[in-house]
Design a protein around this ligand. Structure first.
Ligand code: SR1
Ligand code: MG
Length: 454
């Protein structure tokens, strides 16, 4: 297949299958002639060239309204509405939007996001946005407009409960991680996918630097609530056991290609209503340790939890809501474990742990015990990754609105100190975690500890 010759790819003829045998080729489709950042003025003309998208919108380009709504760190995001329906155009910029053109970033990430979305749609069809097309020259995905969904992080700041969130996210994570692992995929397919997503290295490097390294050294782009957190930031940089723990986690992230990760499963990558949960933005997708995605989700629930005192008002102290966040964390982990084990017991299509080897009574008992040990180890990993993901949002470059929206710096720093205390415990003491209830009890005891916030 000549990737460079495909100017546009409608989802209806997305012929680049994951098993086409071309996975090891370096994609050559982005950044060449024809790429330019879209603007509100140019999006309609762009979509007019995409038959599927144009039909979806209805009417003519003159009838379409366009609004740029991207509030993430990397891309342009346009909402386009036509007389019939709406859609979203997400376009990669050739640099990190948060920082500017001084930090170049490959447009290829849109290609990996497109492939990841297709794989995720196969594993968890109701939980990703529908793809309408992919324009490789412009590094732009055309997708379903999720309405009336909101970004989960904003819902957590507003104090909204989402009854389906825990189980939907658990099922998404279990389905995508299991089916792409050696438990769920034949070895040749796993390796083919691994070869493809290994090329998303620039996005991995962001995580390697910003999550696992920069918060533990002096780095130009680091920032924190200062002067309130100056002391604790210095303590993190001097904390040898913590630095070993976080580098051990980094090594796991870099070397353990266990399953296709979403790679950035924070609460800004989830769109919700009380009845529906959709996972968006898998541009950081690559093969890594299974615990990384569950850890990212739990980290961001914990950040929301520790931010709640900063969101409290005279009429709502947020205590009940905080408890709901921890209920969600526990239900998520337990749901993930159950769903992953269920698939492993009943749908083991991979080449690792061949079911026929364990068909007798003794074998069945032994493999079941192994499966449970394996999920316990994934929880320990997830807890460690959660700690690393929390600390980077307080001491590193990219922060989260949960905490940033707390205007009073003393109040914000009190929340952040407790979150950092939790983050450190999760990394350094993760081997002691036997269940999600342990994570809950650690969070509750740090939240109740006046000294931890000082
Ligand atoms: C420079 S990019 C900063 C962060 O934004 C993304 O959401 C990822 O989490 C990344 O680390
Ligand atoms: Mg994102």
């Amino acid at each position: 297949m000549q990737l460079a010759s495909l100017a546009t790819v409608d989802s209806t003829k997305a012929e680049m299958s994951m098993s086409s045998g071309n996975a090891a080729q370096r994609p050559r489709f982005v950044g060449g002639e024809g790429y330019a950042p879209l603007t509100e003025a140019s999006v309609s003309a762009f979509l007019a060239t995409h038959r599927t998208a144009a039909e979806h919108l209805g009417g003519t380009p003159a009838d379409w309204s366009v609004r740029e709504v991207g509030d993430g760190n990397l891309n342009l995001v346009y909402i386009v509405k036509g007389p019939a329906q709406g859609l979203v155009v997400k376009q990669a910029l050739p640099y990190v939007r948060l920082v500017g053109e001084s930090w170049p970033l490959p447009l290829d990430r849109a290609y990996f996001e497109w492939h990841a979305l297709k794989l995720q749609a196969g594993a968890a069809p109701r939980q990703v946005p529908q793809l309408h097309g992919f324009d490789e020259r412009r590094a732009a995905l055309i997708m379903e407009l999720l309405e009336p969904h909101v970004i989960l992080r904003k819902g957590l700041i507003a104090g909204t409960r989402y009854p389906k969130l825990a189980m939907d996210t658990a099922r998404f994570a279990a389905a995508t991680l299991f089916t792409t692992s050696d438990f769920g995929s034949p070895a040749d397919l796993k390796k083919e996918r691994l070869a493809l997503f290994s090329q998303n290295g620039a996005l991995c490097k962001i995580t390697e630097d910003l999550v696992f390294t920069d918060p533990y050294r002096v780095a130009e782009l680091n920032r924190w609530t200062s002067p309130q957190l100056d002391q604790v930031a210095a303590e993190f940089r001097a904390d040898a056991p913590l630095k070993v723990a976080v580098q051990e986690l980094k090594w796991a992230f870099m070397s353990r290609s266990e399953a296709l990760l979403h790679g950035d499963l924070h609460t800004g990558s989830i769109m919700v209503t009380p009845d529906d949960t959709r996972i968006i933005d898998p541009e950081f997708a690559f093969f890594g340790p299974i615990g990384f995605d569950p850890g990212a989700f739990m980290a961001n629930l914990l950040l929301a939890y520790f931010a709640q005192p900063g969101q409290a008002t005279a009429g709502d102290d947020r205590q009940a809501y905080r408890a709901w966040i921890l209920d969600t964390l526990e239900a998520f982990w337990n749901g993930f474990e159950d769903a992953f084990l269920d698939r492993w017991r009943n749908d083991a299509g991979g080449d690792a742990f061949v079911p026929a080897l364990f068909s007798d009574v003794a074998g069945a008992a032994e493999i079941e015990a192994f499966r449970r040990r394996c999920l316990s180890a994934v929880l320990v990993d997830a807890a460690g990754f959660a700690g690393a993901k929390m600390a980077r949002r307080i001491l590193g470059l990219a922060h989260v609105e949960d905490l940033e929206s707390i205007a009073d710096p003393d109040r914000r720093a009190a929340c952040e100190r407790k979150a950092l205390c939790m983050a450190r415990d999760l990394m350094v003491s993760r081997a002691r975690i036997g269940s999600a209830a342990t994570i809950r009890s650690w969070a509750e005891s740090i939240a109740a500890d006046e000294a931890a916030g000082r």
